[in-house]
Design a binder for this molecule. Structure first.
Ligand code: GAR
Length: 189
């Protein structure tokens, strides 16, 4: 069995979607859901899904040792699903090309520090973009700069608000993220 640990900081709609997709999978399972936020809704979802979960404070995440030790035992791949901290370098070194992030825009546009969630959708709206999308990519030591695995686009109109943009992105994420993960992981097996 290939084990995936999910790191998430917020609501966890992607974490839940991925977990449901792999629930009965022959070769891939979600082993852990980890969060840096004690009150993140993703932890409620983990409980309901029966997936082990654990919280590491931001400080514990940066100190790396406990988190790295747990990941070495519990994960072959790490998936960032709305995880808003930088992944510590030790972990990136220990999991080369094994950490995958989803970003709610068409990178390299609208990436980098501070560009997450609604901040991205508001910036897209302010710039009157005619399209946006999602990017699934490998994680390296710089925010949002690892090799791109997959992108999907959606068109926007002048009537779209940051909230409707968020809904369109959510739809793309739900449709593509689990399937793309399955493809990448199956190739690496
Ligand atoms: C998702 O839209 C994801 O792409 C985004 O956070 C949201 C998390 O939603 N990630 C980033 O902005 C990373 N820079 P969720 O908690 O419901 O899965």
């Amino acid at each position: 069995m290939i084990k995936i640990a999910i790191l998430a900081s917020g609501s966890g709609s992607n974490a839940e979607n991925i977990s449901r997709y792999f629930y009965d999978h022959k070769n891939i399972k979600i082993s852990y859901i980890l969060s840096n936020k004690r009150d993140a809704f993703v932890l409620e979802r983990a409980k309901k899904l029966g997936i082990p979960s654990k919280v590491f404070s931001n400080k514990e995440m940066k100190e790396q040792v406990d988190l790295l030790n747990l990941l070495k035992v519990e994960a072959d791949f790490i998936v960032l699903a709305g995880f808003l901290l930088k992944v510590p370098e030790n972990i990136i070194e220990a999991f080369p090309n094994k950490i995958i992030n989803i970003h709610p825009a068409l990178l390299p546009n609208y990436g980098g520090k501070g560009m997450y969630g609604m901040h991205v959708h508001r910036a897209v709206k302010e710039n009157k973009e005619s399209e946006t999308g999602i990017t699934i990519h490998f994680v390296n030591e710089n925010y949002d700069e690892g090799a791109i695995i997959f992108q999907a686009k959606t068109s926007l109109t002048a009537e779209d608000s940051p909230e409707t943009i968020a809904e369109k992105i959510h739809t793309l994420e739900q449709e593509h993220f689990p399937r793309v993960l399955e493809e990448v992981i199956s190739k690496a097996m």
